[in-house]
Design a protein around this ligand. Structure first.
Ligand code: SF4
Ligand code: SF4
Length: 374
C-alpha cells in the first residue's frame, strides 16, 4: 500500500492473519480510510506470530485483535461483500504438544465489513511428492524429518527451513542448510550422520583490573524502553509519515544498559576456591550454592533458590577441598560479574565466548598453470 498502488479502502475492514504482515495491513488500512479495522486471528493472542511490539502498536492505533476465530465464509449479496462469518475455536494440545484448534460449537460470529485483507502465511504443500518414494509424511502432510540430521525417511532426501518444520525465519532456514550440507557430505562419504562436528569455541576473560570488567555490570530492572512514536492524529492522516521516531542519545544509552551480557559467562576454577562464601553472599539472585553432593533431583531442592526449571542444566563443580560441590543455577544468572568481582582468589572469572558452528567448507580452489581447479 505504501507503494501507492492502493489509495483507498472501505470504512470497515477485516484483516485475516496474526503475523507482522497482518499488523502492517491493519495499520495501513487505518491510514487509507478504514475507521473500523479489526484483525481476526485463528490462534490465541500470545501464540500470534507477530512481534509483541507490533501487536501493541496496532492496538495503540485503536485496532482490536479478535482471537480464536477461524474463517467460515465470505458473506455477500448481489456480488457485493458485506461481511464474514467465523467459527470460534479453542486450542487443545495433544501428547506431543502439538496444537489443534477445536470448534467450541458456538454459533458463528458474523463481522460486517467492506473489505477483507488476507495476510495469512503460506502453507507447505507436498502433493507433488510421490508417496511411494519412501518419504513418510505426518498427519499434517509434513515430511518426517530427523531434527538433528535433517534427513527424511528416504535416506537420500533432506529437508530444511519451512519445508521441514513449518514457517519460522530465514536465519533458521540458513542454519538448516548448513546442517543438511554436513549430513549430505557425511552421507556421500559413508560417515555417521549423527556424529556432528563440534563447534569452534573461543573463550576470553573479561577481566581488566582487579575490580574492572570490559563491560558494564550495573544491574537494572528497567523494562524495554519504548521507541517514541509520532502523534497518532498526525500518523493516521498520512501513510507516508514515519511513525517510529527512534531513540535519542539518552534513551538509546539506557536501552543499551539493559543488555544481559549473554555472551559473557561465569567460569569457575574449583582449585582456586577457598569456600569463603563471599560469592554466595553477593550474588543478587542467589544462584550459587555450596552444598553436599546428591542426586540431581534432590540437589535441586537444596539450592539457595530451588532450581525448578528442569530444562536448564545445573552447573556443578567438583574438586572442592571440603568434598562439597559448587552448584550454580544458570537459569537465574544475570551475568553481572559480581561473584567474580568479590571472589578473593579469582576462582570465578567472567569469560566471553564466541561459538563458530561447524559448516561444510566451500569448495577449495587452487590455481594451476592451466587454470583454476576445484
Ligand atoms: S554473574 Fe551475577 S548473577 Fe551470575 S552468579 Fe555471578 S553474581 Fe550471581
Ligand atoms: S568467593 Fe571465590 S573463593 Fe569464595 S566461595 Fe566464592 S568462588 Fe570460592
Amino acid at each position: 500500500m505504501s507503494f501507492g498502488h492502493v489509495e483507498t479502502i472501505g470504512r470497515r475492514v477485516i484483516v485475516l492473519g496474526g503475523g507482522n504482515t497482518a499488523m502492517d495491513c491493519c495499520r495501513s488500512a487505518r491510514r487509507l480510510g478504514g475507521d473500523d479495522v479489526k484483525v481476526a486471528v485463528r490462534s490465541g493472542f500470545d501464540e500470534m506470530k507477530a512481534s509483541p511490539w507490533e501487536k501493541e502498536d496496532a492496538q495503540h492505533e485503536g485496532i482490536p485483535i479478535l482471537n480464536f476465530l477461524v474463517p467460515i465464509e465470505f458473506l455477500h449479496q448481489d456480488g457485493k461483500l458485506f461481511g464474514m462469518s467465523f467459527d470460534t475455536v479453542r486450542a487443545e494440545y495433544d501428547a506431543s504438544g502439538r496444537r489443534n484448534l477445536v470448534s467450541t460449537g458456538e454459533p458463528p460470529v458474523r463481522i460486517e465489513c467492506d473489505d477483507v485483507l488476507v495476510a495469512v502465511g503460506q502453507e507447505n504443500s507436498f502433493p507433488w511428492i510421490e508417496r511411494e518414494i519412501g518419504i513418510d509424511f505426518d498427519r499434517w502432510g509434513m515430511p518426517k524429518v530427523d531434527a538433528l540430521t535433517l534427513q527424511s525417511t528416504n535416506e537420500r532426501v533432506f529437508f530444511g527451513g519451512d519445508a521441514a518444520f513449518g514457517p519460522k525465519n530465514i536465519i533458521w532456514a540458513v542454519a538448516h542448510a548448513h546442517q543438511a550440507a554436513i549430513s549430505i557430505d557425511k552421507f556421500c562419504h559413508g560417515g555417521d550422520l549423527r556424529d556432528r562436528p563440534a563447534p569452534d569455541v573461543t573463550v576470553i576473560s573479561q577481566k581488566m583490573g582487579i575490580h574492572e570488567w570490559s563491560y558494564d555490570n550495573d544491574i537494572r530492572n528497567d523494562l524495554r524502553f519504548k521507541v517514541p512514536h509520532l502523534d497518532l492524529t498526525i500518523a493516521l492522516k498520512d501513510i507516508k509519515e514515519e511513525v517510529e521516531l527512534g531513540y535519542d542519545e539518552q534513551l538509546a544509552f539506557k536501552e543499551a544498559q539493559r543488555c544481559l551480557n549473554c555472551d559473557v559467562q561465569t567460569v569457575f576454577a574449583p582449585k582456586l576456591c577457598i569456600e569463603c562464601d563471599a560469592c554466595v553472599d553477593i550474588c543478587p539472585v542467589d544462584c550459587i550454592t555450596f552444598a553436599e553432593d546428591g542426586p540431581e533431583a534432590e540437589l535441586r531442592t537444596r539450592l539457595s533458590a530451588p532450581a525448578v526449571n528442569l530444562t536448564q542444566d545445573l552447573y556443578i563443580s567438583d574438586g572442592l577441598k571440603t568434598g562439597r560441590v559448587m552448584a550454580k543455577d544458570e537459569d537465574m544468572c544475570l551475568h553481572c560479574g559480581l561473584c567474580a568481582e568479590r571472589c578473593p582468589t579469582g576462582a570465578w572469572d567472567m569469560q566471553q565466548y564466541l561459538i563458530d558452528l561447524a559448516q561444510v567448507s566451500p569448495i577449495k580452489t587452487r590455481t594451476t598453470r592451466q587454470g583454476v581447479m576445484a
